[in-house]
Design a protein around this ligand. Structure first.
Ligand code: CMP
Length: 136
């Protein structure tokens, strides 16, 4: 039975600054993802705080929000069978030093903060995150 899903992906400031967005998009396409929506934007810190609200009690919350709003990002809706899990597998572990070969974070990640990409962690959050950036 097919289970086509959509998930939200963000190419973070460190990757956009290094002009890695096209290479990262190719990695998604090569794994069978369709990029059904896409935009390059820069968000304000309050918007980043809203997006990452789930992390608001974490010690890294302020730096995380300052970072996401520091320069342009590329936000995308990715679609494929089991897209949420497939995207998390392709991204690799949050900390690039723990990410497996062949993953985006292993290939391009610099640190746990500058880890190139964000991806929704569940189907439920994917819907919320897609709405956050693409609800008109
Ligand atoms: P992301 O998938 O965008 O979700 C939250 C982000 O917080 C995460 O990627 C990391 O870049 C960042 N972060 C910073 N410090 C930590 C930490 N100690 N544990 C988890 N995530 C962290």
């Amino acid at each position: 039975m097919s289970n086509t899903e959509q998930t939200l992906s963000i190419i973070k400031p460190d990757a956009v600054e290094r002009n890695l967005d096209n290479e990262i998009k190719e990695m998604f396409k090569n794994k069978g993802f369709s990029i059904v929506k896409e935009k390059k934007i820069q968000i304000e810190k309050p918007e980043a705080e809203k997006f990452y609200k789930v992390h608001e009690t974490k010690p890294f919350y302020n730096d995380l929000c300052a970072y996401l709003s520091s320069s342009p990002i590329v936000v995308m809706v990715l679609e494929k069978e089991n897209a949420v899990l497939a995207n998390r597998e392709l991204m690799g572990a949050t900390n690039p030093t723990e990410a497996e070969e062949g993953t985006i974070r292993k290939k391009y990640g610099i640190s746990i903060d500058k880890n190139c990409v964000h991806g929704s962690d569940s189907v439920e959050n994917a819907k919320i995150e897609i709405d956050f950036f693409f609800k008109d």
